[in-house]
Design a protein around this ligand. Sequence first.
Ligand code: PGA
Length: 258
Amino acid sequence: MRTPLVVGNWKMHGTLAEARPLATAIRDGTKRVKGVDVAVCPPFTALAAVGEIVRESSVRLGAQDCHAEPSGAHTGEVSLPMLLELGCAFVIVGHSERRREIGESDAVINGKVHAVLAQGLTPILCVGETGEERRQGLTFTTVEGQLRAGLAGVTPDAITRIVLAYEPVWAIGTGVNATPGQASEVHGYLRGLVSELASKEAAQVIRILYGGSVKPENTGELMAAPDIDGALVGGASLNAQGFLQIVRKAAHAGARGD
Ligand code: PGA
């Protein structure tokens, strides 16, 4: 049984004035919710403040990106030792916005996956096809290429410590989520690849999140789909009440053993 995981990706939202009350409401609202893991990924500038707020609660802290090197002449970058010091447990790696806007390659992403694992943190490795790739029938080819490249050289043991996120690019921030059927066929495919790359056991253990226009209204049906073990939530994670509804629905679906 995989415990569902719900991660809020705040993206470039959250001044300290906004981040503090949001984190406080999420911390307080998850106190009585059992059977689900919850993490928030604020921007770098709010990590310390949010880390203070969620410390000694069940809400984990995550970063939205990192540099693969522990230190050095990399202006504007943030290293894993810096993130560790702030109490981060997760790091999102290879988000499609970074692939597209910053031009992050699969090789760079693979370097980050190795670095995150080496520091004992959990990478949330994102894969997903564009709308054009889906129209051309390239969905599986695309996610397979991203997964194989992202996990290149990662040992089978270490693969069990990774979280995967299937995030179809056409569903991110559009209000149009993948249907449970569309998502679960890709999740099943990814799990099959993990079985090949690592082991059957790893494929059973690894959590594969869905991301792309997750909101309270579609969480129940998405989480009920086979192989969907949680959600990476962007826009809807900025509203504490909405995010908490998503968390509760994910816990409920997990408790049913779906
Ligand atoms: P969204 O973003 O929920 O706003 O679609 C998801 C993501 O990019 O992680």
